[in-house]
Design a protein around this ligand. Structure first.
Ligand code: AAO
Length: 477
């Protein structure tokens, strides 16, 4: 359950946080497939409680497993999965089965279901108090029993040790597999017992061959386990069951590209930093929680708000061979509870797409930033190569090649980088895919002339808009 089941000319999952299914289907066809993205993580698909003022986090409070949310209904979801699979973009669903909704005096859901969370009565599943752990609070993350048997922020805690609960969860996951999804992000996995998850994961059906998956393919599983060290539960308790969200990566990359840890140390980036093995880790610069100070990662997390550093951190993430990569695609927010762009009735709004690829209407669309989507292209180009010809200035300027396929340099100093480098590329003129796009034989950004022997002069001014330069075989003019 470690294989993300992606097409082999694709890479990277984009989390289209709070997007509508119809919009995602269009995005797969119009943008993600042409740019080489491999998949989309979608917001929770099953019915959630409606919370006053419609914060984003209401979607993490399930009322039933009906596929009706503000993003769309089951038909729209199924249609999206079909259209995305047709163009080689996989869908991964954020699934919440640790818990149901928390206390709420008028629990009405997005599919119209009613529930009484106080008495643990969720008739639309149905679940009753028998299916839950007794109520208690989590206040000590050093106590694994408490973390797994008590209620995360008051959310009614399902007991996955019960056969009936397992059946309902597997039924829900199987339904999504039938509709053609490639896998799941398992929310709050740390709050469930590994042995119970093992049973559930093993029971899920094989992926649907009618959506282009090979016979006997297993769903990809990535488990949300926040482990920055020093707590009672370790990611290694889960890492044989499926991949893990590697929060340590997020914390360390933020620290480095904020200038709080020299870039030269990134030379041995990967497992030596305490990260999980490459094929077991899902990595990201930020996620929907830690970009707004929920969940783990601390103050070093970079987000779209620190755009120059964020693009550099993302470029490094995508330039480096380590792990399965995920890009956050956000809506703009001022405060941490703020909901996504919506009208006065609470209907989600579609992103507005501009001719320069960027978005508006309250959506940030980091995945549509040239510096980010062109690095997805870079990663596809350099597939199968390692890091070689590493160079650093002993501090915050670094550069390296990916085999003979690509070259990248970073300047986080407050002085210019201006130096001759071995780019490992054949002689020719190349378009820097950070400052511009290659269009036929034209480049809208900087060009780099590589001479015989692979040498080229590279310049990144300290005050430039971006602190990265990247060229690859596919950007040759
Ligand atoms: C909302 C309201 C609550 C209300 C509740 C019920 O905000 O006030 O009580 O409804 O009415 C999301 C939102 C929540 C929201 C919830 C339900 O984030 O605010 O509650 O929906 O609507 C823990 C979990 C992790 C979880 C994370 C947020 O382990 O699984 O909290 N993430 C997922 C989702 C998330 C969602 C849920 C789970 C629930 O991604 O969007 O919540 O479905 C330590 C622990 C972590 C723990 C954090 C958070 O982390 O290690 O496991 O995450 O604490 O408290 C440093 C440390 C790091 C530490 C961190 C924070 O970085 O190194 O280890 O500080 O202290």
């Amino acid at each position: 359950q470690f294989d993300p089941q992606q097409w082999n000319n694709r890479n990277t999952i984009v989390h289209l946080f709070e997007w509508k299914w119809d919009d995602i289907a269009n995005e797969c066809e119009n943008f993600l497939a042409p740019k080489g993205f491999a998949g989309v993580q979608v917001s929770p698909v099953n019915e959630n409680v409606i919370v006053y003022d419609r914060p984003w986090w209401e979607r993490y409070q399930p009322l039933s497993y009906k596929l009706v949310t503000r993003s769309g209904n089951e038909k729209q979801f199924a249609d999206m999965v079909r259209r995305c699979n047709n163009v080689g973009v996989r869908i991964y669903v954020d699934v919440i089965f640790n818990h149901m909704a928390a206390d709420n005096s008028h629990a009405v859901g997005t599919a119209g279901s009613r529930a009484v969370p106080e008495t643990k009565d969720f008739p639309a599943v149905p679940f009753s108090s028998w299916d839950f752990h007794p109520s208690c609070d989590i206040y000590n993350y050093n106590d694994p029993n408490q973390v797994r048997n008590c209620e995360l922020v008051g959310l009614k805690d399902l007991d996955q040790g019960k056969e009936y609960v397992r059946e309902k969860i597997v039924e829900f996951l199987d339904h999504l597999v039938e509709l053609g999804v490639a896998g799941f992000r398992v929310d709050a996995a740390k709050h469930m017992w590994p042995a119970d998850l093992d049973v559930i994961y093993k029971r899920i059906k094989n992926l649907n061959t009618q959506h282009g998956f090979a016979p006997n393919s297993r769903p990809f599983i990535v488990q949300e386990v926040i482990d920055l060290g020093g707590e009672g539960i370790s990611k290694y308790e889960y890492s044989d069951l499926g991949a893990i969200t590697e929060f340590r990566f997020s914390a360390e990359i933020g620290k480095a590209f904020r200038g709080n840890n020299d870039l030269k140390y990134l030379r041995n980036w990967g497992e030596e930093w305490g990260f999980l093995e490459s094929h077991k880790a899902l990595v990201f610069v930020d996620n929907h929680d830690n970009q707004r100070s929920h969940g783990g990662g601390g103050n070093d997390i970079l987000t779209y708000k620190q755009d120059k550093n964020y693009k550099m951190a993302t470029a490094f993430t995508l330039a480096h061979p380590f792990s399965i990569t995920r890009i956050m695609s956000s809506f703009a927010f001022e405060h941490s509870d703020q909901g996504p762009p919506q009208d006065s009735q609470g209907n989600l709004l579609s992103p507005v797409i501009y001719s320069d690829n960027s978005c508006g209407g309250g959506w940030v669309c980091e995945h549509r930033w040239r510096q980010i989507y062109n690095m997805v292209g870079f990663k596809n180009q350099v597939r199968g190569t390692g890091v070689n010809d590493w160079w650093d200035n002993g501090k915050n300027q670094i550069a390296f090649c990916r085999g003979g396929e690509g070259f990248i340099a970073f300047n986080l100093e407050n002085y210019d980088l201006n130096k001759e480098f071995q780019t490992c590329l054949p002689a020719g003129t190349y378009c820097d895919v950070i400052s511009g796009d290659k269009n036929g034989s034209n480049c809208s950004g900087k060009t780099v002339v590589v001479g015989n022997g692979g040498k080229a002069n590279i310049y990144i001014g300290a005050k430039e808009y971006d602190g990265v330069l990247a060229i690859h075989k596919g950007s040759r003019l």
